[in-house]
Design a protein around this ligand. Structure first.
Ligand code: NDP
Ligand code: HSE
Length: 439
């Protein structure tokens, strides 16, 4: 049987998972692929680090260059992370003509075009299925399963850590910090976890999905990104009363823009949004991810699975290893390219131009005339209020006032909120979340 030799750099959460599951299911994979997969070397930073699964000591080295330079190794798996040394490792492996498999969304997002060009130059391939949505084969689906489709909308719960935190806050009333510590203990969170909490990890993943779906490389700096630090239990409760659930969403959709004169483009954003509790995405809980994809041919589809962790992520890495092995078995001819630019012109629409609906909570002084002052500012900005709630039973100097706002451009909303925040009757910073009907 044809044999493909593997080298891996990184043997932590994901790396040790990949090693373990290839030990467990390597024979099954070989039977399915007609190719035997064998590890030759695994580089780590320090031998004695604790690992979720043990790695055979005789395979280990602390010199990553031994992996990249070993002529017997055909496929290099990079599971170090980040855009520093990992980039050097990936470029070095590609320069040697080795196929690279990576789960590193930060690197693909920041340096995709440079890495794809390096792969093309050396005739090697680059696979990155595990970079988005952990174990869910979403990249394969967009590139292959949905090749006949144009995509009007993709809504993704793409960060396991944030979904785990939001779910436990909602269902258990759990404290943000304590749940984050749990997510770290399970190996879900990035280092540092701010990458998750502040939405950057979701930004990287959403950019990759947008690029594959729309055929132009989306620069991550163009992606409006908000994390989950602003989500509090009180807003979760009000959202629930209104029939909504708050989720951190990666959004890629044909944009609804301000005026017929605005140029068409794609909205690519990450923010916590209110989604209807009756929608299937609202039931995606814990570390699970989901990706709702609307194609013009296929219609609505939904992908669901674990978005992080040693096992689910290993499943995606091993699927790339299998594709790489089949390429090599077929004489090195890659069946799919890492990225094919196919859009004649593509544009990410600035958030200010996009029309959204909103949930807004103000802390206001409890006296007559307050709502009229706020409504006057919205009215002058041509922003319509669709409903108002002022719950009974709140004590203290200020009380919450919740408004649901009709379709309005983000720029107009931003300016109106800044004016309202200056009213003496409004205490503190207004809280605003967009509402996504997912229609
Ligand atoms: P870990 O921190 O658990 O593992 C990183 C590994 O890299 C460790 O084994 C470490 O060695 C090794 N390493 C660091 N520097 C070097 C170096 N200079 N030379 C050799 N080895 C080095 O990270 P994860 O496994 O969680 O993540 C790996 C990648 O997978 C990242 O890109 C991450 O974003 C991505 N990812 C992670 C997911 C998850 O759920 N954790 C899910 C999807 C993607 P040592 O063990 O000795 O410290
Ligand atoms: N930190 C990431 C998450 C890992 O929580 O989703 C998976 O990409």
């Amino acid at each position: 049987m044809h044999q493909v030799n593997l080298g891996m750099i990184g043997g932590g959460t994901v790396g040790s998972g990949v090693f373990h599951h290839l030990q467990q299911n390597g024979d099954l994979m070989a039977a399915r692929l007609g190719v035997k997969l064998a590890f030759r070397k695994i580089a780590v930073k320090a031998f004695e680090e604790p690992r979720p699964y043990p790695i055979t000591r005789s395979l280990m080295t602390t010199d990553w260059q031994e992996v990249v330079n070993d002529p017997q190794i055909h496929v290099v798996i990079e599971l170090v992370g980040g855009t520093g040394i990992a980039k050097t490792m990936v470029l070095a492996a590609l320069a040697q003509g080795k196929t690279v498999v990576t789960a590193n969304k930060a690197l693909i997002s920041a340096c995709g075009p440079e890495l794809f060009a390096a792969a093309k130059k050396s005739g090697a391939n680059l696979y990155f299925e595990a970079s988005v949505c952990g174990g869910i084969p979403i990249i394969k689906s967009l590139r292959e399963g949905f090749v006949a489709n144009q995509f009007s909308a993709i809504y993704g719960i793409v960060n396991g850590t944030c979904n785990y935190i939001l779910t436990r806050m909602k269902l258990e009333g759990a404290d943000f910090g304590a749940v984050l510590a749990d997510a770290q203990k399970h190996g879900y969170a990035e280092t540092p976890p701010d990458l998750d909490i502040d939405g950057h990890d979701a930004q990287h993943k959403t950019g990759i999905l947008a690029s594959l779906a729309h055929g132009f490389w989306v620069d991550h700096h163009q992606i409006h990104t908000e994390g989950i630090r602003s989500v509090s239990k009180i807003d979760m409760q009000f959202a629930q009363q209104l029939g909504y659930t708050i989720k951190l969403l990666g959004i890629v959709k044909q944009s609804k823009v301000q005026s017929p004169k605005s140029k068409a483009g794609v909205q690519v954003s990450v923010y916590p949004a209110l989604i209807p509790s009756a929608h299937v995405l609202a039931s995606v809980n814990g570390v699970f991810n989901a990706c709702f994809v609307r194609g013009d041919v296929v219609g609505d589809t939904l992908f669901y699975g674990r978005g992080a962790g040693k096992d689910a992520t290993a499943s995606a890495v091993l699927s790339d290893v299998a594709d790489a092995a089949l390429d090599l078995k077929n004489g090195g001819k890659a069946r799919v390219q890492p990225f094919v630019a196919h859009a004649k012109a593509g544009r990410v629409v600035a958030l200010d131009e996009i029309i959204s609906q909103y949930y807004v909570r103000f802390d206001v002084v409890d006296k007559p005339g307050v709502l009229a002052k706020i409504a006057a500012i919205f009215g002058a900005a041509k922003i319509g209020i669709s409903s108002v709630i002022q719950p009974e039973g709140h004590e203290g100097e200020s009380v919450p006032l919740i408004l649901m706002i009709h379709d309005a451009p983000n720029a107009a909303m931003r300016k109106a909120l800044a004016k309202i925040a200056k009213l003496p009757v409004v205490k503190g910073k207004p809280v605003m979340f967009r509402v996504e009907s997912l229609q």
